[in-house]
Design a protein around this ligand. Structure first.
Ligand SMILES: [Zn+2]
Length: 277
């Protein structure tokens, strides 16, 4: 994978150099996929697992970039967004001659589906909340809310890794859905134990990764969202349905620029976090 600069207003564009196809990183170019967010050109060319890179681009305020790939999947790296953030920080970013486009949520939109729910609500800045509840005793119930300031993503979410149960990893491997060394690109749990050497990076790394995933999926709106996202036991498919519902309702959003919302940086950073065993 290579990240390249792009002209103002071009957005994030994925380019499959092995297939000579470009796909814009937008919600209406996504298709249903198992366990990841996948872009498709509608003619069989796909790009899997865009969510952690999209979260890194969102967190680093990168509006315009070309993502070159020579395969159908973004490299898994360590299962988090941190390696992408480190690479973006190493080369740096420039301010371009165009205000940042943003999507302002004007009225609540929600999706409820088989015990999971997602919602977008009006807010002055960008904030997110997520709760998970797993039967697994190590994960259990976790709840976190974040108001985003410039470094919130880097500090609070970027290092949180994907996770899976050992039994599931074995099953997915047998089905050909995951390849390679799983301990290198995800937290693997067996019962109440983390099998990775070094354990967890945050005590509540699981809910933080769910926030990271949702942030990456929401960036498929085509720019930062001004609003509050709330997820409960939800996954990529729900966030995808939520964006479709938002954009289907012309009264639920409007396009704006961050220059038009001077109160955005003034939102106080606060964090509420409950971990219930
Ligand atoms: Zn993920």
């Amino acid at each position: 994978m290579r990240l390249l600069p792009a002209a103002p207003g071009s957005g994030i564009v994925f380019r499959r150099i092995d297939a000579d196809v470009e796909i814009e990183a937008l919600w209406h170019n996504t298709v249903n996929a198992t366990l990841c967010t996948m872009l498709s050109n509608g003619e069989g060319i796909e790009i899997k697992t865009v969510e952690h890179l999209m979260a890194a681009l969102a967190g680093c305020c990168v509006d315009n970039a070309i993502v070159e790939l020579d395969a159908a999947e973004v490299p898994a790296m360590d299962g988090s967004a941190a390696p992408f953030v480190a690479l973006i920080d190493r080369v740096g970013t420039v301010t371009q001659e165009m205000p940042r486009r943003a999507i302002k949520v004007l009225k609540p939109i929600d999706i409820t589906d088989q015990g999971a729910s997602v919602a977008l609500l009006p807010d002055h800045g960008f904030s997110m909340g997520f709760e998970i509840a797993f039967e697994n005793p190590l994960i259990g119930s976790q709840d976190m809310m974040l108001n985003f300031e410039p470094d919130t993503f880097r500090a609070e979410l970027s290092r949180a890794r994907s996770f899976g149960m050992l039994d599931d990893v074995e099953r997915l491997k047998a089905a050909g859905l995951v390849q390679g060394g799983s301990l290198e690109n995800a937290i693997v749990i067996s019962g109440d134990r983390v099998l990775n050497r070094g354990g967890l990076r945050y005590a509540d790394e699981f809910v933080r990764h769910k926030l990271l995933d949702a942030m990456g999926d929401l960036y498929l709106a085509g720019g930062p969202i001004i609003g509050h996202f709330r997820g409960s036991r939800s996954g990529h498919a729900h966030t995808r349905m939520l964006l479709a519902a938002l954009f289907a309702d012309r009264e639920a959003w409007r396009e704006t620029t961050l220059a038009d919302t001077p109160d955005l940086p003034a939102i106080a950073w606060r964090e509420r976090q409950r971990a219930r065993a």
